[in-house]
Write a protein that binds this ligand. Structure first.
Ligand code: ADP
Length: 455
């Protein structure tokens, strides 16, 4: 029924107000009723006392003429809202009070209370003896006035309820409206935030603590989104940039080959260039796809039990011809069986990337080594070279995507797909196996990459 928070809060406000008002009214009613009865009792007791004292004086003065004494006392007292009666034994000597006109005159001696007035009555009685004669003084007050007062109170409370209810509805509505206004403003601001202006933030101003907390969390979420959008944008930009180079080489080569008739050898040469560039391109696209899948958490590792030493030895064998062609000495040391649970294809890719880099960044005559060892429940793969090394300021970045220490040199290197993605893939594969990769390098002396796995 109450769909808006404002209506719900107002309804709650109203319910609480109504509840408090009812409790307050009941307490007030009960307390006032008791107080009025107590006051009536006190007044009756005091009238009975006065009549008793006066009666004793009069009896003394009148030498025991009780009926005259009683009449004198009552005409002197003249009770206005009660009945005072003086009895000797069971016989009424005198009675006075306005109610006597309305009520049936009491039977001699029978001053029973309940029949007095519409709502019953309360009374006080004093007994005393004078010269061994028993006297009773009775003061009776009807409860009508108390009931009338309570009735007035009920009416006043009922009358006050209507404007108070109206006030509480209006007040509740305005208070919640005021309290929720910053939320509306934030909703309006957030509606204006799109992929284009993710750097915008919700204004917190002097919003209440809860709303400020909400806005701060929302802003933090925006920051994270902004960051990943920025990363994605950069990724797409860098990827497009990288794809453009081999594509323009392919187009250029094709344009040149097609510009005039050529010999079969020339065509073959052009096709070889195009083939190489197309190969580079497929490798780049495959790398990008892998990284994108990894980002989306969609790569399913095919875990199996394998021997790390065998895997590294196989990788060494497959890069051996490339190392020999560049006059590099390749040493592989994988003495003992080192079992590990992992995705064989990805792990092979990781080791090949490291070996490929070592070969590409080590000048002719250098040395490359790949070692596998097990230490303190940890399996390690270490790929070291005596190549150009990596400057300290670049070491922190080499695992970033598309980062190259020297873009010109990398690109012109072996032509073996130097896109600055190799090490970021190494890092991703190591981490997806709960491992870590470290780099130690000295420019001019060589680099050592160590991958550690907890077994
Ligand atoms: P690339 O495809 O350019 O080699 P990588 O991510 O594999 O991309 O490496 C990033 C950069 O780190 C390279 O451009 C290169 O400058 C540097 N690098 C990587 N491995 C080595 C190494 N063994 N020796 C020297 N520099 C290296």
């Amino acid at each position: 029924m109450f769909k808006t928070l404002r209506a719900q809060l107002t309804a709650w406000y109203l319910a609480f107000f109504l509840g408090s008002f009812v409790i307050f009214s009941v307490l007030l009613y009960a307390t006032l009723g008791r107080a009025l009865e107590r006051r009536l009792d006190q007044s009756l007791a005091s009238q009975a006392n006065t009549a008793t004292a006066l009666m004793q004086e009069e009896l003394d003065e009148m030498h025991g003429d009780a009926p005259r004494a009683a009449n004198d006392v009552l005409s002197e007292m003249r009770p206005r809202d009660s009945v005072v009666a003086i009895l000797e034994g069971n016989a009424t000597l005198a009675a006075s009070g306005p109610l006597l006109d309305r009520a049936d005159p009491p039977a001699a001696g029978s001053w029973a209370l309940p029949n007095w007035g519409k709502h019953g009555a309360r009374g006080a009685a004093n007994r005393f003896t004078w010269s061994n004669r028993p006297f009773v003084v009775v003061a009776i007050g009807p409860l009508d006035s108390v009931v009338d007062d309570l009735h007035d109170l009920r009416a006043a409370l009922g009358l006050a309820l209507v404007p108070l209810l109206a006030l509480s509805i209006i007040g509740g509505y305005f208070l919640t409206r005021r309290g929720l206004a910053p939320l509306g403003a934030m909703a309006e601001q957030s509606r204006r935030i799109t992929g284009e202006n993710l750097s915008a933030r919700l204004a917190i101003g002097n919003a209440a603590e809860e709303l400020a907390l909400f806005a701060t969390s929302f802003n933090a979420l925006l920051s994270r989104l902004d960051q990943s959008f920025e990363t994605m944008r950069r990724f797409v930009q860098d990827a497009s940039h990288e794809i453009r180079t081999p594509l323009s080489v392919i187009r250029g080569e094709a344009d040149v080959a097609l510009s005039r008739d050529r010999t079969a050898a020339e065509y073959r040469e052009s096709l070889a260039v195009i083939h190489e560039e197309a190969r580079r391109l497929s490798r780049l696209v495959e790398d990008l796809l892998n990284l994108a899948r990894a980002d989306a958490g969609r790569v399913q590792l095919r875990m199996e039990d394998l021997y790390l030493n065998e895997l590294v030895a196989e990788c060494c064998r497959s890069v051996e011809p490339m190392a020999t062609a560049r006059n590099l000495k390749l040493q592989c040391s994988a003495p003992a069986d080192i079992p590990l649970r992992g995705d064989e294809e990805l792990l092979r890719r990781m080791v090949l990337n490291l070996l490929d880099n070592a070969i590409r960044y080590t000048p002719s005559g250098g040395k490359i080594s790949a070692a596998v060892e097990s230490h303190n429940g940890e399996a390690r793969i270490r790929v070291a070279d005596t190549g150009v090394g990596i400057p300290a300021e670049a070491a922190a970045h080499v695992f970033e995507r598309f980062y190259r220490v020297d873009p010109a040199r990398s690109r012109n290197g072996s032509g073996n797909g130097s896109f600055g993605l190799g090490l970021s893939i190494v890092k991703w594969i190591a981490e997806s196996h709960s491992g870590a990769v470290e780099l130690a390098s000295q420019p001019g002396a060589g680099s050592t990459f160590t991958v550690r796995f907890q077994k």
